[in-house]
Write a protein that binds this ligand. Sequence first.
Ligand SMILES: *Cc1c(COP(=O)(O)O)cnc(C)c1O
Length: 360
Amino acid sequence: MSVFNFSAGPAVMPKPVIEQIQRDLPSLDNSGMSILEISHRSALFQNIIDEAVADLRDLLNIPANYHICFAQGGGTGQFAAVPLNLANNRRHIALLDSGTWAAKAGKEATRLGYQVTTLATTKDGKYRELPRLKQAVPADSFDYLHVTTNNTIEGTAYHTVPESEIPIVADMSSNFLGENYDITDFGLVFAGAQKNLGPAGVTVVIVREDLIQTAEAVPSIFDYQLAIDKGSMLNTPPTFAIYAAGLVLKWIKAEGGVAEMARRNQAKSDKLYDYLDESKLFNAPAFKPDRSYTNVVFSTNNDELDATLVKEATAAGLMNLKGHRSVGGLRASLYNAMPMAGVDALIDFLYQFEQTHQEA
Ligand SMILES: *Cc1c(COP(=O)(O)O)cnc(C)c1O
């Protein structure tokens, strides 16, 4: 039985990458040493991190005035690192409250003593659609605007970037390299690897040079200028996670780049949404124009039936379809490494399930 993993994260990785890791594991580049045991100061590892940075720059057309860092602490770490580094002029940031992760970012900045103004929210409608700015954010208002490009839990995504005269900080954790964005629309982009890039343990930060301030009260580990100066190696970086993410970047390149990933993700999600919209049993609540290409949220509107579905799906090799614990229901994450065959298998399964569990 083939297994398809619809986990929201840590999530499916490309099979050829997993196989490459398996081949490389005992002896990296015939060194007689594993990636798990070599120094981050070795030429072997320096080469790996340099290539990962170069491949990322290439894949996203990142201009020279943007720095690329590999950080630790996940997306959650960046909820603190971003205001600590970028919000020292006004100590006031703006937020588009588009979902659970956006709200968490706002809470963390508040916790650290920054003022947070929510310019728009769709919380009252359970984040089924995206909050939109009524007018462009004027310059000289806030240090930056925090936007979550893809709302992993609620299944919505900004397919066009909000208009703003202040820098936009994008939490791209769950559609990084899976949807086409122009990096120059943002002041800073961050993404935890474990959704769409690689294993857990590394977070990519792409930041425009002129936004970095010499900040005083930033722990060294979160200081962007230090990270840049030290080539992401102020201390021991997550060597294995960076190596594995590097292999995924090479895989994306070989498969046709980010535009091709985006095309595939849209095709996969369109197919699943089309089925769900036609179905009498299932309901996909996200507002159609705002629907995510990478996280498809749906349910039968019956908690017991949803639980039965998850159980039967698991037995059929369709794994991790349970929705986030905060919203319940069902969710199929269709990241870059999920093949169309997985979506076809899921639709076949849902169709069969619908035949045998028709609700009155
Ligand atoms: C998963 C996720 C996070 C949190 O990531 P951690 O690495 O677990 O801290 C933040 N933002 C978004 C959009 C996410 O999907």
